[in-house]
Design a protein around this ligand. Structure first.
Ligand code: BEZ
Ligand code: FE
Length: 256
């Protein structure tokens, strides 16, 4: 071992210095009492024990801020939050075109299709697309049990095209049965998210794209619990004579 060998993480030191400075500023400006301090720490313990760290960061709008800071390529599709309900192990190849729920799934039939391209317009074949959404009662499959539903994976075809069949997403509340819910109620924060469909695109040589598509009919577009709405991600879902809603959502990926 030489003197230059070290396990010290310089980035962690840098980030911690900034965080400590900001936390001191926060304690000073908010004039935090000792009672508030200990109550807050005990509550944070419960947030961790309930696996709600991501949910809390989302509800504080911190996740949306970090997404914006890290995804500023103006020509690419805009990004938004991942949320706590992405479980890659639950995503199985459904084919392309493919369905991510049974034909009998309650809700309005919905087809999302489009093309994935690079910034120069070149279609990208073989892009992995993971989709997930809530059911028409506002629940994700993991909130209901072990069965995978309303999520799936497909790969773009040689022309960069994809087509996924599902049901129309609905507005839903973020989970409010844990410590983050206590915070939401105590601060009067809106718990609702506007309806959306999650898309996660991955391709070698391109930045992963985590985004949503929002139908333009939701009443919560201006008041998303996690502040994840971007105008460019709001789309009209046209319902055809066959009762099926269809939307075209083209994705543009930025190079790494
Ligand atoms: C979601 O869209 O799945 C989600 C995002 C943030 C908090 C809760 C849920
Ligand atoms: Fe969601």
């Amino acid at each position: 071992m030489t003197v230059t060998d070290t396990t010290v993480n310089q980035r962690l030191i840098e980030v911690t210095d900034i965080l400590r400075r900001k936390l001191f500023e926060f304690a000073e400006e908010a004039e935090i009492t000792e009672q508030e301090y200990i109550e807050g720490l005990l509550w944070l313990n419960r947030v961790g024990a309930a696996d709600e760290a991501i949910l809390l960061a989302d509800v504080l709008h911190l996740s949306a801020k970090v997404v914006d800071l890290n995804n500023q390529e103006s020509e690419a599709t805009q990004s938004t939050v991942l949320g706590p309900f992405y479980f890659p192990e639950r995503h199985h190849d459904v084919g392309n075109p493919g369905r991510i729920c049974p034909e009998s799934q309650p809700g309005d039939p919905f087809v999302l299709s489009g093309t994935v391209t690079a910034i120069d317009g070149a279609p990208l074949a073989g892009v992995q697309l993971d989709f997930w959404q809530s059911d028409s009662d506002g629940f994700y499959d993991n909130q209901l049990g072990d069965e995978t539903n309303l999520r799936g994976r497909m790969f773009t075809d040689v022309d960069g095209r994809y087509e996924v069949h599902s049901v129309k997403p609905m507005d839903y509340p973020v989970p409010t049965d844990g410590p983050t819910g206590e915070f939401i109620r105590a601060t009067g924060h809106n718990p609702m998210r506007p309806a959306h469909f999650h898309v996660f695109a991955m391709a070698d040589g391109y930045k992963p794209k985590i985004t949503h598509i929002f139908p333009d009919t939701s009443q919560y577009l201006d008041n998303d619990a996690v502040n994840g709405v971007k105008d460019s991600l709001v789309y009209r879902f046209e319902t055809g004579d066959d009762g099926v809603s269809r939307t075209t959502f083209d994705l543009v990926l930025a190079p790494v």
